[in-house]
Design a protein. Sequence first.
Length: 633
Amino acid sequence: MRPPTSPSIASETADVTATTGSVPRVMDIHNRELGKTTFAERRHHLRIQNNDGIIHRSLSVINPSKILWIVLIGALFILLIWPLIMLIIGAFRTASPLVGGGGWSTAAFGKMWAEINVNNALSNSIIYSAATTVFGVSIAVILAYISQRTNSPLRRLVTPIVIVTVSTSALFYAVSYRLLANEHTGILNAAWKNITGSQSALINIETLPGLIFIESIHSAAFVYLFLVGPMRALGRDIEDAALAAGASQIRVFFTITLRMLTPILTSVVLIGLISGLQSFTIPFLIGGEAKISFISVRIYNVLQRDSPPAYADAAALAVLLLSIILVLAALQAALLHGRKFTSVHGRSSSFTPINLRRWKPFSAAVICIYALFSLVLPLTSVIVASFQPFPGVFTNFSARNYQDLFANPDFISIIVRTAAVSAVGAVLATTLAFIIAYLSARSTPLRRTIIRAATLVPLAMPGIVGAIAVIWAFTIVPGLRQLYGSTALLIIGMIIAVLAVLVQISSGAVSQIGRELEDAARVAGARTTTVIRDITARLLLPNFASGTFLAGVLIMGNLEVPLLLSPPGTQLVATQTTALNLGGQQAQAAALLTVVIALIAVIGVLIWSVRVLLNRHIRRRRATPELTLTTDR
């Protein structure tokens, strides 16, 4: 409906036009008249006349963007902040959240000291966390430096290798390295004994150093995702000046490059320490066999040994981990307080990679070694073990394990259920992550800070701690208690588990889309919803597809959440693989993993093909001289 034109505006416009011979700024005139309009008139759209057309601008008292912000903040509170609050409260409750009632008590904290000292669980967790952080961050820094700032051979393979490693679950690494380097039945040790006739093992992965090695290889890939952007954008000015002054390349790397990356390095170190403290899958599957205790595993054992589960005791242990995390965060803030770092500059198309010269063979060897231990050896061990009658036996290879697997009446239901949970959780989590990233990029600094703080909450309670927090948050509320043991609560737990990583990835994708495209569309008369639908969403579609695939793979390999939140009597691929592995059926577990890897590979190829087609379509659209937009007149 066309809003009525104010007579005073029309006359004033005519006067000014007659005097100056040019069209005045109608918005300025109309703004002066707004004080004379009624409340109903303010809710109408103003028409701004210019030489090109008419632009709609809403002066609605109720701003739709504010409503969207309220909905987003509410969703983040329910999914992220509320579980954290209830986790802390739950540590002081005497009754199970599934039962209700009870009173307040600190008895759980009295039991905590005994729990954390079972088989040196606390000290093992601290050593494990510190060591995996040091090695994981070091590997990630080297890989990011080689791939983004040098002319090393094979440098273009680093990011694909890392993406595949990130997409590979910790469960896969735990099972594969146990098959590869178990002291008695590992493929490497069995081959070593057969070739040399030795009775001693070549390597035993079921030790604390072995666990640290596996976790470092896997965590380095996640750290790389946080470092690759800042490393790419790092300015060369100071480095070039130091090289011109005679400093060696190694000295420049340690004294300049790393120091300019101090803010992001302290962040990834903090994330690494948190992840190491709460790592569950590898310590559970390998450390349990070696009788090496960790706090995360103790939390799970506390829940399993009593009926009903001692949720307060588990929450107290989780709060201990959370307290350590807050101390680490405070130390990081104190370290960076008052310090300024200028490390990111505009990078021109003429950016020249650093010439490694005689270091090229070394850098290529680093890439090959990481690929060997992150992909080649684990994948080979799983495939070989799937054809063995028993682990370590190199005779009578057959497809019997696959036949037994397919003959299992629950096999199809496990695959279908896992695919459904992964698909639904991945789509919802990726959608939420891209909404968060988009609104954060288009918001004020205060709102951006609030969103970033909220999305980092899952990093403070990943794994087993996050699952316990979800139980407390959604079962303590009477109306939501029925969610316990449902697929819906399982999906919610999965979304929370993968959200932080997805926000990091989606933020990088959103940052590549300039606001000038959206501004130009609005000037052409398009509404915000039309701009997002026809421009932003289309440009983000390839990244959305990749993010959804990664989220699905991460959800599929997650073990902690389904162990605590799966509906009774149901199994997912992760829990079924764990049951087979702990039940002595490692060969059949390897067969199941091989089938899943093959399915993921097929889906990955399809996603990659779709992304290529989408990128090709977008490039053709960009090459079109005139952009067609649906405008609202």
